[in-house]
Write a protein that binds this ligand. Sequence first.
Ligand code: GLU
Length: 468
Amino acid sequence: MTVRTRFAPSPTGLLHIGNARAALFNFLYARHHGGKFLLRVEDTDRERSTQKAVDVLFDGLAWMGIESDEKPVFQSTRQARHAEVAHELLEKGLAYRCYCTADELKEMREKAMAEGRPPRYNGMWRDRDPSEAPANTPYTVRIKAPREGETIIHDLVQGDVRVANAEMDDMIILRADGTPVYQLAVVVDDHDMDITHVIRGDDHLTNTFRQAMIYRAMGWDLPHFAHLPLIHGPDGAKLSKRHGAQSVVEFREMGYLPEALNNYLLRLGWGHGDAEILSREEQIRLFDLDGVGRSPSRMDYAKLLHINGVWLRQADDERLTGDVMERLAAMEDVDTSDATRAKVLALMPGLKERAKTLVELADNAAFLGRSLPLSFDAKAEKQFTPENRAMLGRLAEALKAAEPFTRETVDATLRQFAETHEMKLGKVAQPLRAAVTGSTMSPGIDDTLVALGRDEVLARINAVAAHE
Ligand code: GLU
């Protein structure tokens, strides 16, 4: 059997991290078993499924590096096929036409509730002779639910889950306007796409029992199911806006790397020993459904941030520079010419050690593209005492002579300067850093100066220095 999994999102305008995680698990499972991962867009709600909402999905998945192995299937294009299956069930006597009016259904519900029973369809048209059907009256098609026995789903995460068939009623599979319901569409599509494993959120578990009815009636094999526990907020409540970011786009804007979000979402609810930071190759090699936990996982934003920092430090300097330049372009006071780019790239090894997100990275790199006069943060301002301004004036003279202007010569110059003036190196470096970056935090001072270049360094120092 070749494993075939699928991710079947309904375009809602955002890619929720719970869905992104389901997509990732499906993708990894297929890759691990040498199978295929497919994408099906469940776009039958035509109002919500705008092109924009579909683009959000595709962009989010592409950013996460989760790509479908076959052309995506759009569920809305398959409605005729869904209806065909409903008619096949009608012909086989496994489904029937129901002519109940809205009032009759309402009455049925109220009666059941008054008698303390769950409000289910009572099978009114199930055994009635079709000749009793009212003429020219719209009808729905209902499937004949089994009345005895139980349905067992051998879930690969939850274990065996059972429901007594008496609990299920004859659900509608075709609406009065002839359109298929969601449960029918999902089953027909999964069958026709040869899906072997349905991996999805456990909020779909009740749907699975309903869908099982359709598989059985059609005589189709059920796929394997794996229902994933949902992601909760840090407090254990269902993840919601008040907990923080929830969609892939939000995390991307906040400066998370796709590798980090992937890595974090994978580890959320799946484990393999102590392994924490896993490359895509390792994920594929290690992922299987037996490592998926049964209880809901709690979103830990601090841990995600930490993991992002780890991935950021490992990321390629050119790539990070490209991202930072895009973010700098959105800042009004930062030059983003090639000259600035070269400075950012040169300083990237030091910059990426000190940032946990791309936003922070760009903020920390911005000084490289700012022009005089710089603005200084409060801590930097504090460095500009009269003594320090005088010291910076002398230091500018010394740095002028550093030739060539490299890490080594700059380092030697600063050390020599500190020694000559009987100062600790830090007492020289801090006012200098404040003068050239506008803040008291930056990568190593030598690297920072070299990245800026001698002329720029001297101009920045002289803007705050007092010359005797
Ligand atoms: N379209 C459904 C959703 O977005 C998923 C259906 C499924 O995975 O079976 O929740």
